[in-house]
Design a protein around this ligand. Structure first.
Ligand code: DGT
Ligand code: CA
Ligand code: CA
Ligand code: ZN
Length: 593
């Protein structure tokens, strides 16, 4: 187990001891140990067999060394489990609310048997907190707001966080002998831009009905599980420290496909597929596709055989939203969706010259490692002062440096000169036309004044796409997932004009943006827009985030042909807005309004 998880278990125990009015010395020793473990530079799991070495860490005595060994062995601490049984497993969540310490939690428990965030919310709503010592109006208000924030935060999660949590859990499950196949289902498998909870499905001989108990125990002991919520015959639910809930289901091999189909969803897709099954004399459940008349088994081990038995091509999970995919599967006209391997370049990224963490050269080398044929360096412009954005002079110098790296690399990758230029309040761009004219790739983005009225924002964006140098409109709606709504905008009007002028619209694959969203991407395609997908990397490692964006493109039914940077380097440059289109626009813009 990693140090942070060990520290958390020790800190939990200290909190629980304090809630139960335990011995103050004991409480303190757990807290000190938690801090010592958290700040230790030694990975404790590597020395867990050696009590002497453990005790060399300041803050860890003999008893605590034994506790750490027990944590390594059992994945938890008996004392913590005992205390959680005495109260409720959800008790620790209360401590994550602002204004809540162990003493307050103890008081709430003793006076009102409040043992979870839900309990507390109810108690506040029913006015049962009033009159309790220490619970003044101010604290109650603070708690009410804290609960709302907590629920919102714990409501949904960014796709990369969810995926990381799933990967860790899958690695743990893989270690159990007899668990062979493990897949995330639910919204994560469908590639939704945020995830409510994880639905993990595992199968293998260890999941057979007559022996699944041992595997269930193993799952329930997952060290990173913070709160065990339910443990059934073949299902375990728990919450991770982040608040993310996980449902793990263990299924016999013969019904794995049926379960995968069921728990991948979406609900509306499933409803339609089930109706189709009924019409054909079958019932479809999470266990199998079976005949209505005698319940005899038709299909269940794989999704392919289930869809095939219903007269359907297999449907990629990203399309399962009841948006016409079932009709398309019936008529064998599902699109061949774009894949990450189709992408030949990434044309939005930042360097140390502004707010990136790596140099031009480092970004280029990372691009080579990914097998790209080209990248574009697109740092910020001066309006974004906190990033040290470029003015005209620095922008020109930067172009020179980019071209130098491009030459140094001798065609191993092309490095295009670009800029992510700010769209100012009135729709003007932040750099002069002469400088923009020297760029291979000019991306125009809004980074300020998000609260304009819709009409003004629409005019601002329209004016920006009218600028003949703009080739790509960056993260067009400005949303930040779980943090900021899109700005008010007539997106349709902007996309329509972009299509006319040949300005490409971006899908920004950075997982807290994923902008344009799947629905808007579909609209963009319908309106004839060119689409570019970029990571907006600020670090070499961010180039790998491309896959989250690819899932959004797939959810929008996009094929390779719909996306500009599936083209080779020369073809990509050629496909960007053409000079003739710029000329058209100049004539157009000189017409009287
Ligand atoms: P989420 O977790 O909110 O991001 O979205 P999902 O799609 O992962 O939803 P979740 O976790 O509630 O359920 C996972 C899948 O299980 C869902 O997509 C379809 C299936 N499912 C769950 N409950 C029902 C139900 O009541 N009826 C049907 N037909 N399917 C269900
Ligand atoms: Ca889910
Ligand atoms: Ca679920
Ligand atoms: Zn930006």
């Amino acid at each position: 187990m990693d140090n942070r998880s060990i520290a958390q278990l020790l800190a939990d125990t200290a909190d629980l001891l304090e809630i139960s009015a335990g011995d103050p010395f004991r409480i303190r020793s757990y807290r000190r140990a938690a801090e010592a473990v958290e700040s230790s530079t030694v990975q404790l799991s590597t020395i867990a067999n050696d009590p002497k070495k453990l005790q060399e860490i300041p803050g860890i005595g003999k008893g605590m060394a034994a506790n750490i060994q027990e944590i390594e062995r059992a994945g938890t601490l008996p004392l913590r489990e005992e205390l959680l049984l005495k109260y409720r497993p959800t008790m620790l969540e209360l401590l994550r609310l602002p204004g809540m310490g162990p003493k307050t939690v103890a008081l709430l428990w003793d006076a009102l048997q409040v043992g979870s965030v839900e309990d507390l919310e109810k108690a506040i709503a029913e006015g049962r907190l009033e009159g309790l010592p220490r619970f003044g109006e101010k604290l109650i208000e603070k708690l009410r707001k804290g609960i709302a924030d907590y629920k919102e935060r714990s409501g949904r999660f960014l796709i990369d966080d969810a995926e990381e949590a799933a990967e860790k859990l899958i690695a743990y499950l893989k270690k159990f002998p007899g668990i062979e196949t493990i897949l995330p289902a639910g919204s994560l498998r469908r590639g939704r831009d945020t995830v409510g909870d994880l639905d993990i499905l595992a199968t293998g001989p260890a999941c057979a009905e007559d022996c699944v108990g041992a595997a269930v125990e193993y799952v329930a002991n997952y060290p990173a599980a913070n709160t065990l919520l339910a443990k059934g015959q073949n299902k375990v639910s728990f919450r991770l420290r982040s608040g993310l809930q996980v449902d793990v289901r263990l299924l016999p091999v013969g019904s794995y496909g049926a379960a995968l189909q069921y728990f991948t969803g979406s609900k509306m897709h499933n409803v339609t597929v089930r109706q189709r099954a009924l019409k054909r004399g079958y019932t479809l459940s999470e266990y199998a596709l079976a005949k209505v008349e005698d319940g005899s088994f038709v299909a269940g081990a794989t999704e392919e055989e289930i869809y095939a038995a219903l007269g359907l091509d297999w449907i990629p999970p990203e399309l399962r939203e009841n948006n016409g995919e079932i009709e398309a599967a019936e008529e064998h006209r599902l699109p061949v969706l774009i894949e990450e391997a189709d992408i030949r370049g990434d044309v939005h990224m930042h360097t140390v010259e502004t707010d990136g963490k790596n140099t031009i050269r480092e970004m280029a080398e990372a691009g080579i490692k990914r097998g790209y044929e080209y990248i574009a360096i697109t740092d910020h412009s001066k309006n974004l002062a906190m990033t040290m954005g470029l003015d005209d002079k620095r922008a020109v110098e930067h172009i020179r440096r980019i071209r130098a790296v491009d030459e140094e690399l001798e065609g191993k990758i092309r490095v295009f000169a670009g800029i992510e230029v700010d769209i100012l309040a009135d729709g003007d761009l932040d750099l002069s036309d002469e400088v923009l004219a020297q760029m291979d790739v000019t991306i125009a983005s809004v980074h300020s004044l998000f609260n304009m009225p819709e009409q003004q924002m629409t005019e601002r964006m329209l004016r920006a796409v009218e600028n003949p140098h703009v080739k790509i409109l960056g993260h067009p709606t400005g949303r930040l997932l779980l943090r900021r709504e899109p700005y008010a905008l007539d997106l349709g009007a902007v996309l329509r004009r972009a299509a006319e002028l040949g300005v490409a619209v971006e899908h920004n694959a950075y997982p807290d943006r994923l902008d344009l969203c799947d629905r808007d991407l579909r609209l963009a395609k319908e309106l004839g827009c060119r689409i570019a997908i970029n990571t907006d990397a600020h670090h070499t490692s961010h180039l790998g985030k491309m896959r989250y964006g690819i899932e959004q493109l797939r959810r929008a039914w996009l094929r390779k042909e719909d996306v500009l940077n599936t083209l080779g380097a020369e073809a990509f440059l050629k496909a960007l807005r053409k000079p003739t289109q710029v000329k058209d626009r100049l004539e157009w813009s000189t017409r009287p309004a």
